[in-house]
Design a protein around this ligand. Structure first.
Ligand SMILES: Cc1cc2nc3c(=O)[nH]c(=O)nc-3n(C[C@H](O)[C@H](O)[C@H](O)COP(=O)(O)O)c2cc1C
Length: 563
């Protein structure tokens, strides 16, 4: 509990009182602490339903949080009965400087409960409520105020305000729009009329987005204070003269919100509002999708730098981002890059000229490969799948960052631009690495298969060559021996000679058959040598037939001689 501040004295000073509007979910303790740091004179709590507040301890604990530095503070209530409002005021009086009655909330649920803007049609009830608070809160400095929207018939608004003034209202905040109006222009003339018809202070509310607007509004209406809601959400430092949220204010919010244990959604939403003007659409897209306080802090550090380093970073090439990005190169990409280098080394070895295909085959015939062969196909398929997944992941990232990169505008923060650029670069690098690894992996498998085929064919060709040479030699030998046989017969050396000749011929025939058989075997082994072998085989067969014929002729000649 702390001593009440006399808000009426603040009005007396003559300066325009700068106030932070009541905002459900937003004008909570952490945000109030932030705007106070940036020249906000007076803060309102979000609207609290008085009857709920009185009924439940839980509602009290969750709806109303404050601390000793949170002053001057106005607690805003929604109420439809004078006594309820007075009771709620008595509960919060020790911790605040006044209560405010919400007579401006246009939401259907509130109106149907008899709260908010429907009260502008019940001036007597408003008067009673003000009076009850005045009479029942002991502290004379404790204020009782109302916040209204204007009636379509302005006279009715003026009438209600005068009734409230008569009942002892401390001041009146006028949101210069009717219940049906949302984003239409504020009726400053109506605010001026109300101000002119009252002697209590009036605060003007509606579309105050800068310090310039504060001045203009004051000049147009002659009010004693101004109240901002959305203007402060998007730039909590507005009352201190900043045209857009300064980065130190963003970091102040991070500190205050984390210190006070602000729920994540509220913490995030405030930053979304604050960064709205100082970030581009792609940046907002990325930022809005963050899901944890740590991710947000990380993003802010990467994009804007920490409060002390931001100036230094902005003037130089973002080496720190570059280094960070290198460090961030994840394990998966280090592995894929490593794999790529292994593939390149193996392919390089395959290309070394002095290791011939047959030598490679001998290497492949080592027992280690046989053991590995069991897993080879599975490993190959698994690696292909992994690389394809990485490839598509990298492609997705490239598309994501390049679309952000293309839509980036000139007003984007340079650190953000560098960060995005770095991310795009990293995604592209990953795409090349995975694509190239995939290509090399397929190439390597093909090269190994080709080397194997080549080595097998080289072996078969060598075997056939030897075979053909042996056949040639054999044929040559038969020809010579045939010549010899012919000579023997010509010399007519009788039966003995013929018998010897016959025996020799028979042996030669058998040999010839063996050679023929071997040729057939060789033929089976190599399809590519089929024609050669067939020719050879036919030649040998023809030679064999010719020799056989010659042999028969010689035999017949021998027989005739015998006769
Ligand atoms: C998110 C949000 C929450 C609000 N909650 C309240 C509220 O609890 N009580 C109230 O009287 N007005 C509330 N308002 C209305 C504002 O206080 C203010 O009257 C209105 O936004 C017009 O001011 P502006 O143009 O500065 O935004 C809320 C407005 C916003 C944007």
């Amino acid at each position: 509990m702390s001593t009440n501040i006399n808000i009426m004295d603040m009005f007396q000073k003559g300066d325009v009182l700068k106030t932070c509007a009541p905002m459900v979910r937003y004008s909570k303790l952490a945000f109030r602490s932030l705007v106070r740091k940036y020249d906000c004179d007076l803060c309102f709590t979000p609207m609290i339903v008085a009857s709920d507040f009185l009924r439940s301890v839980k509602a009290r604990d969750s709806e109303f949080t404050t601390n000793t530095a949170d002053r001057p503070l106005i607690v805003q209530f929604a109420a439809s009965e004078a006594q309820t409002l007075a009771d709620a005021a008595c509960v919060v009086a020790p911790f605040s400087d006044g209560v405010d009655l919400n007579c401006g909330c246009p939401q259907r649920w509130a109106m149907s409960e008899g709260y908010g803007a429907c009260l502008i049609n019940k001036p007597e009830l408003v008067r009673d409520m003000v009076r009850h608070v005045r009479n029942q809160v002991g502290n004379p400095n404790y204020t009782s105020s109302i916040k209204i929207r204007i009636h379509q018939d302005l006279r009715r608004t003026v009438d209600m305000c005068q009734k409230a003034e008569a009942a002892g209202v401390s001041w009146i905040t006028v949101h210069g729009r009717t219940v049906d109006e949302r984003h239409q222009a504020v009726h400053f003339d109506a605010i001026k009329t109300i101000k002119d018809s009252l002697s209590v202070p009036v605060i003007a509310n509606g579309d105050i987005k800068s310090l310039g607007d504060v001045e203009t509004t004051q000049q147009l209406t002659g009010v004693d204070g101004v109240m901002a809601a959305r203007g402060l959400l998007s730039n909590p430092a507005m009352f201190a003269g900043y045209s857009e949220t300064p980065l130190e204010c963003v970091w102040d919010w991070v500190d205050l919100a984390t210190d006070q244990g602000t729920p994540f959604t509220c913490f995030h939403q405030h930053l979304i509002y604050m960064l709205e003007k100082i970030s581009s659409q792609p940046e907002r897209k990325v930022f809005n999708s963050l899901h944890s306080t740590a991710a947000i802090i990380d993003y802010l550090h990467n994009t804007y730098g920490s409060p002390d380093t931001q100036i230094q970073i902005s003037n130089t090439f973002p080496w720190s981002l570059f280094e960070a990005s290198l460090l961030e190169m994840s394990l998966q990409w280090t592995t894929v890059a490593g794999f790529l280098y292994v593939e390149m080394t193996i392919l390089f070895l395959f290309c070394i000229p002095f290791i011939s295909a047959t030598r490679w085959q001998r290497i492949f015939q080592l027992s280690i490969w046989k053991r590995m062969a069991k897993f080879w196909n599975k490993a190959f398929i698994a690696m292909i799948i992994i690389l394809i997944v990485f490839f598509f992941d990298a492609m997705r990232e490239v598309r994501k960052y390049s679309s952000a990169h293309h839509t980036i505008t000139t007003d984007v923060h340079h650190n953000t631009f560098d960060n995005l650029h770095m991310k795009l670069f990293r995604a592209q690098r990953n795409l090349y690495i995975s694509g190239f690894s995939l290509f090399l992996w397929l190439l390597m498998r093909r090269v190994i298969t080709l080397i194997n085929q080549l080595a097998t064919e080289m072996g078969q060709t060598a075997a056939l060559q030897t075979q053909a040479e042996t056949d040639n030699l054999a044929a040559k030998k038969y020809m010579e021996e045939n010549e010899l046989l012919k000579q023997t017969l010509m010399d007519s050396k009788g039966e003995k000679g013929t018998a010897e000749g016959n025996e020799l011929l028979r042996k030669e025939m058998e040999k010839l058959k063996e050679v023929q058989k071997a040729s057939e075997e060789a033929l089976k082994n190599s399809q590519s040598q089929l024609d050669t072998m067939k020719t050879q085989y036919n030649g040998l067969t023809r030679e064999y037939d010719r020799l056989l014929k010659e042999h028969q002729t010689l035999q017949e000649m021998g027989d005739k001689k015998d006769d």
